[in-house]
Design a protein around this ligand. Structure first.
Ligand SMILES: *Cc1c(COP(=O)(O)O)cnc(C)c1O
Length: 382
């Protein structure tokens, strides 16, 4: 059986975990957490990185940090994971969904400006599949209307847009280290801050609303409750596992990109016909091989292909029922303008098995079975 995902494991994680246990310093913000944060600050050229328990929690922290409140509006794509929206809805905001671009599945930067009202507080972008949104345009809009720009870069760790790492371009960036992502510790995430003024408050929010970080640095003589917050910091055990992967960040990246390129090559046979599309990577973007997807004709063809591959022990998945058409999305948001691509394109998309330890033989098998599906059904290859 070829699963859709196997979490990345490089080997060194075990010794780091044992070391963390030996040190008997298990709660957050120990040496492994610091090392992970410093490594990312240096690598991604970011003023401050704070490890969190998940990307969802990094997004929750963002909403608190920018003071989202009842009646505010936040602009985002509908084609995203629920956490992108939940974070802001939890603070009382309404979500304004904007259509995506059919080529990258990212928010259409040209539709954002029209969706802005006097209630708009922030623009939240999602770098789908680790391919950057058109950030130059989006940052300009943010500046023009004095809106915060938050990047849900859960899938975009170590990918770039115009030479800058995703997550470091807007005011705040959010990473995920869930086991389905490129770098993992099972459940984990990070908050990236590019605005110096947000750092101290972020540390407080992450430590249950206390100034504990300052206390440990000897900057205050007792710590107390100074703001709202929660427990957003991960255990040292998570950080130990993660550090092993971050230290080999390029090795993982290269492997994923080479898997991506193998798929692209082996499936090239289908390129000449109308029934299948491949991911588009704009020249401004350096992707990270987070995902390899194909787009088929429609919902029916996708289900047939999923079943066909499942019968051959290949697990493929799709995701994101567009948020605006979900129960909670209808209650907490509205779609701005025409919905042309979000539903249509999402129904065509199918993600192929993609993980660090996927071998070429399996990529061959998956690719040739996809080709077989089309041959057998005489849909495309004549
Ligand atoms: C995975 C993902 C999340 C959630 O990440 P967690 O670390 O599991 O909370 C949020 N947004 C997007 C776009 C994701 O892909």
């Amino acid at each position: 059986m070829i699963p859709f995902n196997i979490p990345t494991f490089l080997g060194k994680e075990k010794s780091y975990l044992l070391d963390a246990i030996d040190k008997l310093k298990l709660c957050g913000d120990g040496s492994y957490t610091k090392k992970c944060q410093e490594l990312m600050e240096k690598k991604f050229h970011c003023k401050k990185v704070l490890l969190t328990t998940s990307c969802s929690h990094a997004l929750d922290m963002s909403a608190i940090l920018i003071d989202v409140k009842e009646g505010d509006e936040v602009i985002m794509p509908s084609y995203t994971f629920v956490s992108t929206a939940n974070a802001f809805v939890l603070r009382g905001a309404k979500v304004v969904f904007v259509d995506i671009r059919p080529d990258t599945m990212n928010i259409d930067e040209n539709l954002i400006e029209e969706a802005i009202t006097e209630k708009t507080k922030a623009i939240v972008v999602v770098h789908y599949a680790g391919v950057g949104c058109e950030m130059d345009t989006i940052i300009d809009i943010g500046k023009k209307y004095n809106l915060k720009v938050i990047e849900d870069a859960a899938q975009g760790v170590n990918a770039k847009y115009n030479g800058k790492y995703l997550g470091t371009i807007g005011d705040i960036g959010c990473y995920s280290f869930h086991e389905t992502k490129n770098y993992t510790c099972g459940e984990g995430g990070a908050l990236l801050l590019n605005d110096e003024q947000m750092i101290e408050r972020a540390e407080i929010i992450r430590e249950k609303g206390t100034n504990r970080a300052k206390f440990f640095r000897g900057q205050v003589d007792k710590y107390s409750w100074v703001d709202i917050g929660s427990s957003f910091l991960p255990s040292e055990l998570n950080a130990a596992y993660l550090l092993a992967q971050l230290e080999d960040i390029e090795k993982v990246n290269e492997r994923r990109l080479s898997i991506w390129n193998m798929y692209r090559k082996k499936l090239n046979l289908l390129d000449q016909n109308i029934h299948i599309e491949f991911p588009f990577i704009p020249s401004s973007c350096k992707q990270n091989g987070h995902m390899f997807y194909i787009k088929v004709k429609d919902l029916t063809e996708r289900q047939n292909l999923i079943d066909f591959l499942k019968n051959r022990d290949i697990m493929t998945v799709f995701h994101y029922i567009p948020l605006h058409s979900s129960k909670a999305g209808k209650k907490n948001g509205r779609f701005f303008g025409k919905e042309i691509y979000t539903t249509k394109e999402s129904e065509k998309l199918l993600r192929l098995p993609m993980f660090y330890s996927l071998c070429e033989e399996d990529i061959d098998y998956v690719s040739s079975e996809i080709i077989n599906y089309y041959k057998q059904n005489d849909l495309s290859i004549s």
